[in-house]
Write a protein that binds this ligand. Structure first.
Ligand code: NDP
Ligand code: 8X3
Length: 250
C-alpha cells in the first residue's frame, strides 16, 4: 500500500513543491490550504500520478481543522506522514512598532495552527504505533534577527514543540523532525510585506533556495529506513551565512 502524506500549506511554495516531489515518488496525498481553486488545479494535475484528496480549511480555525481531518474518506484516513508546513511571516517591524494583528496571525497560524492539525492527526499515529511528523521550522527558529521578533518567536516555538513531540511520541515509534530553511524564494515575502514591491527585492542579487530544494530534503527525510530519523536540518543557499549575512551582487 502507498504511504499517505498530509501536507498543510500545499497551495504555494515549499508545500506545493513537496506535493509534486511526493507524487513523483508515488505517495498518496492529502493537500490542504485556504485557496480552493489552487487545490483543485493541483488535484487535477497530480491525479495523473497518484491518489489525491484536498482539504480546504484555515488552520487558525480549530473546529474547521478537526472537521476537515474528520471528513477524510476511507482511503485517506490512515495518515502516515504529516508535513506541518502552513505558515508565514506577517510584517517586519521593530517590536515597538509591531502590528498586533500581525502578531496574532503568526502565533495563530505558525504555532497554534500547527498544534491543531497535529492534535487531529496524532491519535491515528499513536493507535497504529507508527507515523512521521515533519515540522517546517526556519533558520528564524535558531537565531533572532532585527525586526524578526514575533516571527522568530513563532519559529523558536515550532522547534521547541518539535522536540517535545519527539520526546512524547517516542514510546509510539513515531518519527518527528524539523526542516529549517533560510531564505527560500516563494510567496513568503509577498505575504510578509503585504504585496508591497519591497518583496521583489528580497531575492535579488543572489540565488536563494528554491522551494524544490527544500522539497527534496523533505522527501529525503521521509524516505529513510525505519530505524533512521532525520531530527533537525538547517539549510541555506550558498550565498547565505546566517539570518543577517547574505552575499549579494547587485
Ligand atoms: P508561501 O507563502 O509560498 O506558502 C505558505 C503556505 O501556507 C500557502 O500554501 C498558504 O496557503 C498556507 N497558509 C498560510 N496561512 C494559512 C492558514 N491560515 N491556513 C491554512 N494554510 C495557510 O510560503 P513558503 O512556502 O515559503 O512557507 C512555507 C513554510 O516555510 C512556512 O511555515 C514558512 O514559515 C516556512 N519557511 C519559509 C522560508 C522562506 O524563506 N520562504 C524559510 C524558512 C521557513 P493558503 O494561502 O492557500 O491558505
Ligand atoms: C523565513 C526565512 O530569514 O525570512 O523563515 O526569516 S527568514
Amino acid at each position: 500500500m502507498n504511504k499517505t502524506a498530509l501536507i498543510t500549506g500545499a497551495t504555494s511554495g515549499i508545500g506545493y513543491a513537496t506535493a509534486f516531489e511526493f507524487a513523483k515518488h508515488g505517495m498518496d496525498l492529502i493537500l490542504c490550504g485556504r485557496r480552493l481553486n489552487r487545490l483543485e488545479v493541483m488535484q487535477k494535475d497530480l491525479s495523473k500520478l497518484t491518489n489525491v484528496h484536498i482539504l480546504n480549511f484555515d488552520v487558525r480555525h480549530k473546529e474547521a481543522t478537526f472537521k476537515a481531518v474528520g471528513s477524510l474518506p476511507e482511503h485517506f484516513k490512515r495518515i502516515d506522514i504529516l508535513i506541518n508546513n502552513a505558515g508565514n511571516a506577517h510584517g517586519l517591524d521593530p517590536i515597538n512598532d509591531g502590528n498586533i494583528d500581525d502578531w496574532d496571525a503568526m502565533i495563530d497560524i505558525n504555532v497554534k495552527g500547527l498544534l491543531y492539525v497535529s492534535k487531529a492527526i496524532i491519535p491515528g499515529m499513536t493507535e497504529r504505533k507508527s507515523g512521521h511528523i515533519i515540522n517546517i521550522g526556519s533558520s528564524a527558529g535558531k537565531e533572532v534577527y532585527p525586526k524578526g521578533n514575533v516571527y522568530c518567536g513563532s519559529k523558536h516555538a515550532v522547534l521547541a514543540i518539535t522536540e517535545g513531540m519527539r520526546i512524547d511520541l517516542n514510546p509510539y515509534g513515531i518519527k518527528v523532525g524539523a526542516i529549517n530553511p533560510g531564505l527560500v524564494e516563494t510567496e513568503f515575502s509577498k505575504v510578509r510585506f503585504k504585496g508591497d514591491k519591497i518583496a521583489d527585492t528580497v531575492y535579488q542579487g543572489y540565488k536563494a533556495l528554491q522551494a524544490e530544494d527544500v522539497a527534496e530534503v523533505i522527501y529525503f527525510a521521509v524516505s529513510r529506513p525505519p530505524h533512521v530519523n532525520i531530527a533537525d536540518v538547517l539549510m541555506f543557499c550558498t550565498a547565505q551565512a546566517n539570518s543577517t549575512i547574505v552575499k549579494k551582487e547587485l
